[in-house]
Design a protein around this ligand. Structure first.
Ligand SMILES: [Fe+2]
Ligand SMILES: [Fe+2]
Length: 635
C-alpha cells in the first residue's frame, strides 16, 4: 500500500515556517516567465471538481485515479500512488499543440519519488516509444536515474528517433529533486538540482511530435506502456525557450529547504541489504548493512549466546557500518544486527549470524574466488552458494561486481541479494572492474583499506595485492610504484595479486584475433595496461595473479619472461564466470594456455604452509580443474 493512503501522519509533517517561505517564493517568482506554456503547482488548493487548473490558463488537467494534494515536509505536492493516479493534460495531442514547445523548450519539475523499482517512470511528457518508432518528449526516470527523452526532425529516421539522456547518479527515494531538461534545437541537456547531469547533440531541429499521444503528468504513458509514478510532484513548468543554467541554479538555491528535507520514517524499517562482512583480519571485522531509511546500527556479538557485547554505529545512515576490534584470532563469534530509525518506528533485527577471524599464518585456511557477477542474479546465487558450500575463510572478487556501477538497484538485487548468505558469514574482498565505472557506490558499499581502488591485506600466510587495472599501470604510475614498494617489504609465504583485466588471456575478441565477425586482428593475448605489471610479478615472485573481465575460466602455465617455466613461473588465473554473459577462446590455442573453460564457475584455494590446492567448479558443483603445488623452502 502506498504511503499516501496508508499513513496520514507521514503527510502531516508540516514545517509551517518553511511552508510559508516556499509559498511566498512560489507567489513571487523573480525569474522571467516568458514563454511559459504550462504551470501546475500543488499549493493553494488547486484541485476542483476532479480537475487541476494550470496557472497559465492554457490547460485544465483531469484527475485520473485519486491523486491528492498532501504536505510533504516543507511543501505541498500532488501525491500519486503508482497504481492508478496521474494527471491527464490532454489525450488529443492535436488540441494542445499550440501550447507544446516546438523549436526550444525547458521542462522542470520538483519531484519526490517513493518507489523506483519499476524500470521506467514518467514525470511529464507527450510521446510514443514503440519499438523503433519514437516521437515527442518525456521527463522521467529509468533504471533508478532521472532521464529525459526527446525526438526531433533532425534525427528523424522515418518514424522518429529518440535520445534518452540519463543522469549518472541514482535517485534516493523520499528526497526532493529539481529535475530540468532543456533543448535549444541543437543541444539536449538534463539538470539535476541545478547541476548539469548529462547532455547530447544527437538531436537537432524542431521537436517531432507523434500524431497520437497522451500529454500527462505522473506517468510514462504511450501506446503500449503505462508506468505510473509513485511519489509526489510539487510543481511542473514547461517553457517554449531555454532557461539559462544560472537561473536554474538560483531556483534550486532558493529552495534549499526542499533539498535538505529528509522524509519522516513511515511504515516499516527494513533491510535493503542484509548484514555483510568486510575487512576481516585476525583481530577485527567490519559489519555493514543498508536500511530503507537512515538508521542507527547496533551489533550485539559474543563467543556464545546470549550475546554479551554491544556496539553501535556513530551516526544514522542508510548504508551503515560497525567495526568490531580486539577480537581473538581464529575464533568464531555470533552476531546479530538491529537497526533503528528513532521514535515511531519498529527496529529491524537480522537473524543470528556468525563470523570467524583469521587464524593467522601458521594454520590451514581457504579462500573463494568469483568474478564478473554483473547482472545475472540466479547464476551469482549458484556461484555464491557453491563457494559457501566449501566454507572458505574469505572470498575475493575479480571485479565487475555489477553491470552498471551507477545503478543502485543492481548493487542490491544483483550483487548483495544473491550473495547474502555467503557475505553474512564470510568477508568479501573486491577489486574494481570497468563496469563499476568508478561509481561512488563501490566506495559506499565496500569498506577497504585506503584508497580502496587499490589496497593490500594479509590473510593466513598470504598477502594479497588488489589493483585497479582501469587506471594506468605504467612503471611510474601511482599503483606500480606502490606495488613495488609493498612487494619489496612483503614477508608472506604466498603472494597473490588480483585485478580485473588479465595479463594473459586466450580469449577471442577482447585481446584475441577476432574483430567484427572475422579472425584477422593481431592479438595482444592480454591487457596491455595490466601486462606492464608482469616484470614486477616475476621479480618479486607472485604465486598467482587472479583476474576477471573475460567471462570464462582460464589457467596459464607458470610463465617467466614470456616462456613456460615450471620452477619459477607466475600462474595467471582468469575467473570471470560469476554471471556476465559467457565469452569464448580464440580458435587457436595460445602458447601459455593450460586449461580453458567456457562456463559459469567459481574457484577455491586451500592453503597449508607451503602447499596450495586450487580447484575450479561449475555451477553444478562439478570440479573441472585443479592443481596442487608445494613450494620449495626459500621461494
Ligand atoms: Fe565483465
Ligand atoms: Fe570487465
Amino acid at each position: 500500500m502506498s504511503h499516501y493512503t496508508s499513513n496520514s501522519k507521514f503527510w502531516a509533517t508540516i514545517c509551517l515556517g518553511m511552508l510559508a517561505m516556499t509559498s511566498w517564493l512560489l507567489a513571487h517568482p523573480n525569474h522571467d516567465e516568458r514563454g511559459l506554456l504550462l504551470h501546475l503547482v500543488a499549493s493553494g488548493h488547486p484541485i476542483k471538481n476532479e480537475t487541476v487548473a494550470d496557472e497559465t490558463h492554457n490547460i485544465t488537467a483531469k484527475l485520473i485515479g485519486k491523486p491528492k494534494v498532501v504536505t510533504l515536509g516543507p511543501t505541498e505536492a500532488f501525491a500519486f500512488d503508482g497504481k492508478q493516479d496521474y494527471l491527464l493534460l490532454s489525450d488529443k495531442i492535436d488540441e494542445v499543440k499550440k501550447v507544446l514547445p516546438v523549436k526550444e523548450m525547458t521542462v522542470m519539475a520538483w519531484v519526490n519519488l517513493q518507489n523506483i523499482d519499476q524500470e521506467w517512470g514518467g514525470i511529464v511528457g507527450a510521446f510514443q516509444d514503440n519499438g523503433n518508432s519514437e516521437q515527442g518528449w518525456v521527463l522521467g526516470y529509468n533504471d533508478g536515474r532521472f532521464m529525459f527523452g526527446l525526438a526531433s526532425q533532425g534525427a528523424n529516421d522515418g518514424d522518429g528517433n529518440m535520445t534518452y539522456l540519463r543522469a549518472k547518479d541514482s535517485i534516493e527515494t523520499g528526497r526532493w529533486y529539481h529535475v530540468v531538461a532543456t533543448y535549444d534545437g541543437q543541444l539536449l541537456r538534463l539538470f539535476i538540482n541545478g547541476k548539469l547531469a548529462n547532455e547530447s547533440k544527437a538531436q537537432s531541429g524542431d521537436i517531432l511530435y507523434p500524431t497520437k499521444a497522451q500529454y500527462v503528468v505522473g506517468g510514462y504513458i504511450d501506446q503500449d506502456e503505462k508506468f505510473l509514478l509513485n511519489g509526489a510532484v510539487r510543481e511542473v513548468k514547461l517553457y517554449s525557450r531555454v532557461i539559462p543554467e544560472t537561473e536554474l541554479q538560483q531556483l534550486v538555491t532558493k529552495n534549499q529547504n526542499l533539498l535538505d528535507f529528509q522524509g519522516p520514517v513511515s511504515g516499516e524499517l527494513r533491510f535493503v541489504v542484509t548484514p555483510y562482512l568486510q575487512a576481516g583480519s585476525t583481530t577485527s571485522m567490519s559489519i555493514m548493512c543498508e536500511t530503507n531509511h537512515p538508521s542507527q546500527m547496533l551489533v550485539e556479538y559474543g563467543r556464545q549466546v546470549p550475546l554479551t557485547e554491544r556496539i553501535v554505529s556513530k551516526s544514522n545512515a542508510r548504508i551503515n557500518r560497525v567495526n568490531l576490534n580486539n577480537l581473538e584470532p581464529g575464533m568464531q563469534y555470533f552476531y546479530r544486527v538491529t537497526c533503528s530509525a528513532g521514535t515511531g518506528t519498529i527496529p529491524v533485527t537480522s537473524e543470528l549470524l556468525s563470523l570467524q577471524t583469521d587464524r593467522g599464518p601458521t594454520q590451514a585456511w581457504s579462500f573463494g574466488i568469483i568474478g564478473d557477477t554483473q547482472r545475472n542474479p540466479e547464476i551469482t546465487r549458484k556461484c555464491a552458494e557453491g563457494i559457501y558450500s566449501h566454507r572458505p575463510n574469505m572470498v575475493i572478487h575479480c571485479g565487475d561486481v555489477v553491470d552498471d556501477g551507477y545503478a543502485k538497484n543492481q548493487w542490491i538485487k544483483d550483487l548483495f541479494e544473491p550473495m547474502a548468505k555467503l557475505n553474512g558469514r564470510v568477508p568479501l574482498f573486491p577489486t574494481i572492474g570497468n563496469h563499476e565505472k568508478n561509481s561512488h557506490w563501490y566506495y559506499d558499499y565496500f569498506h577497504l583499506p585506503e584508497p580502496e581502488y587499490y589496497y593490500t591485506f594479509t590473510y593466513g600466510n598470504a598477502q594479497f595485492f588488489m589493483i585497479d587495472s582501469n587506471k594506468s599501470l605504467k612503471p611510474d604510475s601511482e599503483q606500480y610504484v606502490w606495488l613495488e614498494k609493498q612487494l619489496k617489504q612483503s614477508k608472506a609465504t604466498w603472494k597473490f595479486t588480483c585485478h580485473h583485466h588479465p595479463c594473459f588471456s586466450s580469449d577471442e575478441n577482447d585481446y584475441g584475433d577476432h574483430v567484427k565477425g572475422e579472425y584477422k586482428r593481431p592479438a595482444t593475448w592480454g591487457d596491455p595496461n595490466a601486462q606492464q605489471l608482469v616484470p614486477l610479478y616475476e621479480k618479486y615472485g607472485i604465486d598467482i595473479a587472479f583476474n576477471g573481465h573475460v567471462h570464462i575460466y582460464e589457467r596459464t602455465w607458470p610463465i617467466m619472461q614470456m616462456a613456460i617455466n615450471q620452477q619459477r613461473g607466475v600462474r595467471y588465473i582468469t575467473s570471470g564466470g560469476g554471471g556476465g554473459g559467457l565469452e569464448d577462446a580464440a580458435p587457436q590455442r595460445t602458447w601459455f594456455m593450460h586449461h580453458f573453460k567456457r562456463a559459469y564457475h567459481y574457484c577455491t584455494a586451500t592453503i597449508h604452509d607451503r602447499t596450495i590446492q586450487f580447484k575450479a567448479y561449475d555451477i553444478e558443483d562439478r570440479l573441472f580443474d585443479t592443481f596442487e603445488l608445494t613450494k620449495p623452502a626459500g621461494r
